[in-house]
Design a protein around this ligand. Structure first.
Ligand SMILES: *Cc1c(COP(=O)(O)O)cnc(C)c1O
Length: 380
C-alpha cells in the first residue's frame, strides 16, 4: 500500500559498514547486534542481508522472541542472546538454538537442567562485569563458573565476554583499556582449567572505532553498522556511512498571515505573511515531539524549519514568504540527503537531547521500511 511516510534502508551501505567493522577488527570474528528490530531498521531484512552477504559470522539479540523470529525466517547464523534468560524462557530459547549469556551459578544450573530436559547441547558465553554493572560475574569468579559449565554434559563453553560503558569517549580510554586487561586475565585463567575459549569478546562500536582490541577474538558492532558513531564528538579512525533515508510528503500548503499562530498550544507566530506546508509525519511515526519549533526538514534541496508543535500525525513547516515552487505530494526529507543538504541521525539526536540509537529505535512500526541494495554477494 502506498504511504506518504517511509524509511528507506540502504542494505549495501549497511553491509559496507559491517565490512568496515571487520576491517578495523583485523580478522576477528564479527557479531552484528540486531536487537530492537535491528535498531529500528527491520530485524529479518537486515539479518538476511548480512547472512546473504556473508559480511558477519554472528548475530546478537536481546530477547528470545527476536531469536525465534530470525530462525522462523530461515536465519542460520549463530545467535548470541546478550541478556540473561529467565527459567520460563529457556525451552523456547533452546528450540531457537541461541547461544546463552550466563553470569552466575544459578543461571548455569537452570540452563543445564533445561538443556538436559530438551536433550540439546546449549552453547554458553560467560559474561563478566568489568565495569558496566549491568549483568556479569566478577572476574575472580570466572574460573569457578567456567568449571561449572564444563562439568555439565549438556553445556558447551563457547566464550567469555564483557561490555564497555565508556569505549566511545576519550575520557574513557584508560577505563576501557583496563576492562580489556581484566577480560584477558580472566580468559587466561579460564583457559588454564578449561582449555581454549572459542570466543573472547568485548568491543562494541566505540571500541572498534577507536581502541586497540587487545587479546579478544570477536567484536560486537551495533550502531556503526546502522551508520552512526556512538558519540559524534569523538574522533574516529574511519567513519561509517549513512544507511537511512526517512521521507514523507507534503499534504497541504497554505499562506498564513503575519500574527497568526500555527499548531497546538499556539507556540509559533508568523512574523510576516508566509507559506506553511503540512507534512504527513508526527510523533505517532516516531518523529519526536521534541523537534517542535527546533527541527528542520528538506524540501527540494532546501531546509525548512518546523514551526509549532509536532502533532501525532502531521507537522507544519515554514516554506518562506515567496510563493513556494513545491506542491502537495512532493517529497519531504526528514533524515538523509536532498540536493546538497543532509539531515543526519546525529543532528536529530542532538536536537532531541538523546543518542543516535534512540532516534532510529523510535521510528514506529507505522512507518514502512523499504530496502535498496542487499543482493547476495561473495564473502570477503
Ligand atoms: C547492543 C550491544 C552491543 C552493540 O553496541 P553498539 O554500541 O551499538 O556498537 C554490543 N554488545 C552488547 C552486549 C550489546 O548489548
Amino acid at each position: 500500500m502506498p504511504t506518504p511516510c517511509e524509511l528507506t534502508v540502504d542494505l549495501d551501505a549497511l553491509n559496507r559498514n559491517v565490512a568496515l567493522a571487520a576491517e578495523l577488527a583485523g580478522g576477528r570474528t564479527v557479531l552484528v547486534a540486531v536487537k530492537a528490530d535491528a535498531y529500528g531498521h527491520g530485524l529479518v531484512r537486515v539479518a538476511s542481508s548480512i547472512q546473504d552477504a556473508g559480511s558477519a559470522q554472528w548475530l546478537g539479540v536481546a530477547t528470545v522472541a527476536e531469536a525465534v523470529t530470525l530462525r522462523t525466517a530461515g536465519i542460520s547464523l549463530p545467535i548470541l542472546k546478550f541478556s540473561v534468560t529467565l527459567r520460563e524462557e529457556l525451552a523456547a530459547a533452546l528450540a531457537a538454538s541461541v547461544a546463552f549469556t550466563v553470569a552466575d551459578t544459578r543461571g548455569i544450573a537452570e540452563l543445564a537442567e533445561a538443556a538436559a530436559e530438551a536433550a540439546v547441547i546449549a552453547e554458553v558465553h560467560l559474561n563478566l562485569d568489568t565495569g558496566m554493572r549491568r549483568i556479569g560475574a566478577r572476574p575472580e569468579d570466572a574460573v569457578a563458573l567456567a568449571r561449572q559449565i564444563t562439568d555439565q554434559q549438556w553445556l558447551r563453553f563457547g566464550g567469555i565476554y564483557t561490555h564497555l560503558p565508556v569505549s566511545d569517549t576519550p575520557e574513557g580510554t584508560d577505563f576501557t583499556r583496563q576492562q580489556f586487561r581484566m577480560l584477558a586475565g580472566a580468559a587466561r585463567a579460564v583457559e588454564e582449567v578449561a582449555g581454549p575459549v572459542p570466543h573472547i569478546h568485548a568491543a562494541n562500536s566505540g571500541a572498534i572505532l577507536s581502541h586497540d582490541l587487545q587479546d579478544t577474538t570477536m567484536v560486537r558492532p551495533g550502531i556503526m553498522v546502522y551508520g552512526s558513531r556512538p558519540d559524534p564528538a569523538t574522533p574516529v579512525r574511519r567513519a561509517p556511512e549513512a544507511v537511512d533515508r526517512w521521507t514523507s510528503r507534503l499534504s497541504f500548503i497554505k499562506q498564513v498571515r503575519a500574527g497568526e499562530t500555527v499548531g497546538y498550544g499556539r507556540t509559533w507566530t508568523a512574523s510576516c505573511d508566509t507559506w506553511i506546508g503540512t507534512v504527513a509525519v508526527g510523533y505517532g511515526d516516531g518523529y519526536s515531539r521534541l523537534l517542535s519549533n527546533r527541527g528542520r526538514v528538506l524540501v527540494d534541496g532546501r531546509s525548512a524549519p518546523i514551526v509549532g508543535r509536532v502533532c501525532m500525525d502531521q507537522t507544519m513547516i515554514d516554506l518562506g514568504a515567496e510563493a513556494p515552487s513545491v506542491n502537495v505530494g512532493d517529497e519531504v526529507v526528514l533524515l538523509g540527503r536532498s540536493g546538497s543538504e543532509e539531515i543526519t541521525v546525529e543532528e536529530l539526536a542532538g536536537l532531541m537531547g538523546t543518542i543516535t540509537y534512540e532516534v532510529t529505535c523510535l521510528i514506529s512500526p507505522r512507518v514502512p521500511r523499504r530496502y535498496v541494495g542487499g543482493g547476495a554477494r561473495s564473502r570477503n
